[in-house]
Design a protein around this ligand. Structure first.
Ligand code: BG6
Length: 512
């Protein structure tokens, strides 16, 4: 788990000298006929094309089991782009010419030479110069076969002597099921790719407000001096969803909320809000600080789980006044499933800055709202001179709203205008929506960063392992209820989820 940060900084800097130039590239998507490609990746690429942000020499090659031709593949993808605001037929016609398809059976390496030949033709037609960005839009069980295909077909860039010639591979979560499988997954990827060539995506990191956390903390002199246990009483990190599991029962039954949401999204938000300032905003130095933060997490003590972990599963209820089924009634879910769809985890960071400050991480499906936010609760004033007027004086709160609204809000107390002395809570707020700039969608951001070789928003292996190291006992002891089946609380869909009893928790899961 040695991160070798100095070596990494030097080699990344060398790579980014090339990456900063506008480089041609063929993007090869495994899982090209799947949902993620049609709903997220291709619309994001199309918007980048419209914004003139793709390399001028670019091609997209979808690979998958479905028997598309280039033309039928383009026809399949078009409605997904056309559904978005700002669609323009002329733009689509130009963009569609960069799209190609190669049918591929992942379990049969004999298909690899055909893909190799197709990529060679594309390099000639589009001038993509052998540079490759491979995107794994497939379940992790297929990674091993695909890596074998890449090796067998010699699909990686092969241009000795050209320092600016590159191959990269993008993997989406889940990065394994626990620490052991995460390590195994890396062993598989590293049969063919180096750590620098592996881009592990967490799309939460590409959300505009998430990226703003480090800017807010470290580009303003105002907040950092109070960003510690002396001034902050607790931090709530919430990712509430109204959505259920859609058609993903197979995956979700194996995963549950802790693997699905905590392992990456919640832990990354925690790292950004709690880490120390890196010396310089470089991918390696940001990753170093995240790793240090994860190393400071107090190990989860399963003997006291009931005070630190609350888990639940949704039962029948209503979302937006429409009746919805319970988790156990979802298609593909076992009728006696004990997979949690809600979790609240209280954790501590054992270092000088955060000692004794609780961090509450809450995430659940089928709750009463879609909301992702981080709320930093400041301590009460040490002595209230207004105790005869209001008691206690509400403490200041700083809220990072990540979605659906993207804003930062500071609550404070002010005098209510008028002849009598009375106090009221006011907000100072900054909203992304108020500006005229177009905000970039998370997939646009990750794709453009991969193309540019910028790894700042991607996860490094040591952080992944440390995050699993912390969460594996939580999952083993509690989340799957192997020992503690009775812990699982059922909550009606559309409610605010189970409420903690006997915790030092003064908020509500629906309003921190
Ligand atoms: C994904 C999870 O990573 O994030 C989903 O697998 C979840 O279960 C989704 O719904 C939430 O993402 P967002 O951007 O809608 O908050």
């Amino acid at each position: 788990m040695n991160n070798g940060s100095l070596t990494q900084t030097i080699s990344l800097d060398a790579a980014s000298a090339c990456a900063r130039a506008e480089l041609p590239c063929a993007l090869v998507v495994f899982g090209g006929s799947g949902d993620l490609t049609a709903r997220k990746l291709v619309p994001a690429l199309f918007r980048l094309h419209q914004g003139n942000l793709l390399p001028s020499r670019f091609a997209l090659v979808g690979c998958g089991r479905t028997a598309f031709t280039d033309d039928s593949y383009r026809a399949h993808l078009r409605p997904f782009c056309a559904a978005a605001e700002g669609f323009d037929v002329g733009d689509w016609t130009v963009f569609a010419k960069t799209i190609h398809y190669q049918p591929l059976d992942y379990d049969d390496v004999s298909g690899a030479p055909d893909l190799h030949a197709k990529l060679a033709r594309i390099d000639t037609a589009h001038g993509t110069a052998g540079n490759r960005l491979f995107y794994m839009a497939v379940p992790p069980v297929l990674y091993e076969s695909i890596i074998a295909l890449i090796r067998h077909g010699r699909l990686k860039a092969d241009c000795p002597g050209n320092a600016c010639c590159w191959s990269r591979i993008v993997v989406e979560k889940p990065f394994g099921r626990d620490l052991a499988t995460a390590v195994q997954l890396d062993i598989t990827l590293k049969q063919t790719f180096t750590e620098e060539q592996i881009y592990r995506i967490d799309h939460y990191l590409a959300k505009e407000t998430t990226q703003n956390i480090l800017v807010f903390r470290f580009a303003n002199a105002l907040f950092e001096p109070v960003w510690n246990r002396q001034y902050i009483s607790r931090v709530d990190i919430t990712a509430a969803e109204q959505m259920g599991i859609e058609n993903r029962a197979g995956y979700y039954e194996q995963s549950g909320v802790v693997r699905d949401m905590f392992q990456n999204h919640m832990m990354q938000l925690l790292a950004l809000i709690a880490m120390e300032a890196p010396a310089h905003f470089t991918p390696a130095m940001v990753s170093d600080e995240k790793a240090k933060l994860f190393q400071s997490l107090r190990p989860f003590d399963s003997r006291t789980f009931a005070q630190n972990l609350l888990i639940g599963q949704y039962s029948r209820g209503h979302i937006n006044n429409e009746p919805v089924c319970g988790y156990r009634e979802e298609q593909g879910v076992a009728p006696n499933s004990i997979t949690p769809t809600f979790a609240m985890l209280k954790l501590f960071v054992d270092n000088w800055r955060w000692q004794s400050v609780p961090f509450y991480l809450v995430s659940g499906k089928r709750l009463n709202r879609k909301e992702t936010s981080i709320v930093v609760h400041f301590r009460d004033v040490p002595h209230s001179i207004f105790r005869d007027i209001i008691h206690p004086v509400p403490a200041n709160r700083l809220t990072f709203s990540i979605q659906p609204t993207e804003s930062i809000t500071l609550s404070f107390q002010a005098k209510t205008p008028g002849t009598r002395m009375s106090l009221r809570s006011m907000n100072m707020s900054f909203s992304y929506g108020a500006g005229n700039e177009r905000t970039v969608d998370a997939y646009e951001k990750v794709l453009i960063d991969c193309l540019n070789g910028d790894k700042t928003l991607f996860l490094r292996e040591d952080s992944e392992y440390l995050s699993w190291q912390f969460l594996t006992p939580v999952i083993e002891d509690c989340a799957q209820c192997l020992k503690h089946r009775e812990m699982l609380q059922f909550y009606p869909a559309g409610s605010s989820g189970p409420q903690p009893i006997g915790w030092a928790w003064t908020g509500r899961t629906d309003r921190a």
